[in-house]
Design a protein around this ligand. Structure first.
Ligand code: ZN
Ligand code: ZN
Length: 159
């Protein structure tokens, strides 16, 4: 769900109740040793590591929307495999769908100027390493996007 008149540009998290990045930084300050822990205590263990800094993003837009001609509000990049998916405000919510399917629990915002990580498992912002470039979609690509596929009444389709 978008907040305010310009919610599309101020959304900070993939969930409806995402805390501010500032809050996460404060918490991270008490946990200087690691980016993310404990790992896999709350659900069936996944063999997949949460982060892989060597793998580039899958593309410039949501891989699943591109496959079916869909559109998105904001983009999230899987920190483990590079899959680029759309956020939970988007009609198809492919980023969280990717988590459900793969168990890859952390995404990083793929929006220009945003570098926060979201942990789907614990539903909170977390710290993360520098991922392989590029770390955001092209500036020229609009949000919502991509150009030419966003319906004029897109606001009535967002979550
Ligand atoms: Zn999508
Ligand atoms: Zn993944």
């Amino acid at each position: 769900m978008l907040r305010g008149n310009n919610g599309a540009t101020t959304e900070q998290g993939p969930g409806h109740q995402a805390p501010s990045p500032g809050a996460a930084s404060a918490r991270a300050g008490t946990d200087p040793a690691g980016y993310l822990r404990p790992v896999n205590e709350l659900q069936e263990p996944s063999d997949a590591p949460a982060f892989d800094t060597s793998v580039p993003p899958s593309g410039e837009g949501c891989a699943d929307c591109d496959a079916v001609g869909g559109w998105w509000v904001h983009l999230r990049r899987c920190a483990a495999c590079g899959h680029v998916g759309c956020c939970d405000s988007s009609p198809a919510q492919h980023a969280s769908g990717h988590y459900a399917q793969s168990g890859h629990r952390v995404v990083q915002s793929f929006e220009p100027g945003e570098d926060w990580f979201w942990d789907y498992l614990e539903e909170r912002l977390v710290e993360g390493p520098a991922l392989a470039e590029p770390t955001s979609r092209p500036d020229a690509q609009p949000a919502p996007g991509p150009k030419g596929r966003v319906p004029v009444d897109w606001r009535s389709h967002v979550h």
